[in-house]
Design a protein around this ligand. Sequence first.
Ligand code: GAP
Length: 442
Amino acid sequence: MTEHDSHGLKDMNELVSLCKRRGFVFPSSEVYGGINACWDYGPLGIELKRNVKERWWRAMTDRDDVEGLDAAILMHPRVWEASGHVAGFVDPLVDCKKCKSRFRADKLDPGVLESKKCPSCGGELTEPRQFNLMFRTFMGPVEDSASVVYLRPETAQGIYVNFLNVQQSSRQKIPFGIAQIGKAFRNEITPGNFIFRTREFEQMEMQYFVKPGTDMEWFEKWKAIRIQWHLDNGIRPSKLRFHQHGPGELAHYAKAAFDIEYEFPFGWQELEGIHNRTDFDLSRHQEFSGKKLEYFDEESKERFVPYIVETSAGCDRSLLVILADAYRFDGERTWLTLHPSMAPYKIAIFPLMKKPELLEFSNRVYEDVRKQFRSTTDAAGSIGKRYRRQDEIGTPFGVTIDYDTLSNQTVTVRHRDSMAQERISAEKLGSYVADKFQSWGK
Ligand code: GAP
């Protein structure tokens, strides 16, 4: 079979099952029956997640005009008043009095809302009530309102309140950005679709501070940079698109907003948001903190509150897109066409049989290539089964050591996607793989 005869992911359950079986993602607290919409990353999942984060971090901070930050999850409660989250980070919630199902009123068909009949069981629905999505907890031993703190629902605010700390310590001049990766928490009413919408997740956010008037120009630049990042992760172009927020969709802080969307088996959905947030955030923090958050431009001698262009990607969601897009099944074989930069292992080394002379050579090759590439080795089972195990986790190359290897120092390299095999000199394996990765997809 060729790639042509295969098909991509049709049902999310196929991916959920592969992720569990092969150690990418497990249901959280599974021995207790799991906890709704929480997931744990297993040995391969954490490798993939680190690759996603590393690529994003490098793409941001390899630029001279972007600095990194890691702010605390718990912040001063006034932050969330200033940001608008205490008053406005709400979803309208309706409950079914009979079957106790919960729905977001804004996602229900208007006809259903009018009839007040539950779409699951036909029971009576309650009136919509506003539900704040922030998780609340208490700081210190006393559970009173004075000690209420929130688990941050976005990482962005940690960047805004550190704007001057970063700018002054790094001596950056506007325009410049601050990048951060970290956990965020939202008490979503309707989480689901595996790791697509969860209550605890990671964001990769970059806030770019610009002079007012140049904001739309930067907004367009960042849109182009960010979609290219997803394409460079190996995502098929036909599965990505922009969605522009219309006037009814724009968040309270935004002058313009585009989502990068991906076509999942359950439809086109947001993967990343690019927002022109104007001077809303810094002005609000000035107002609520009483501290100036202005920038002084040495050249023009102007003082102003910068505008912010934000790029906000979900880390877990990017990872889900990478897995969903890479999934292939041809009726027999399942494989992940992961880009080498994302694959948890780049090379798998197989001694054809468990014979001491083969194992010895194989170990030498393994120890050699693993200095350069994250690799694995497997001597158990038939060679066909071993190939399939690596296919399922997206390892780009399988390398077999057999008796010919001992006589002429060549190994068989097998390509994950085409299953083509070729013999090359064992000595050249590292440079061969490096060349292939360099020209991948070109
Ligand atoms: N600071 C802007 C902001 O947070 P957002 O559109 O609410 O904007 C940005 O979130 C990204 O974070 C989304 O595009 C998505 O990738 C990710 N995200 C948001 N809520 C999520 C959830 N409940 N589970 C997983 N990822 C989520």
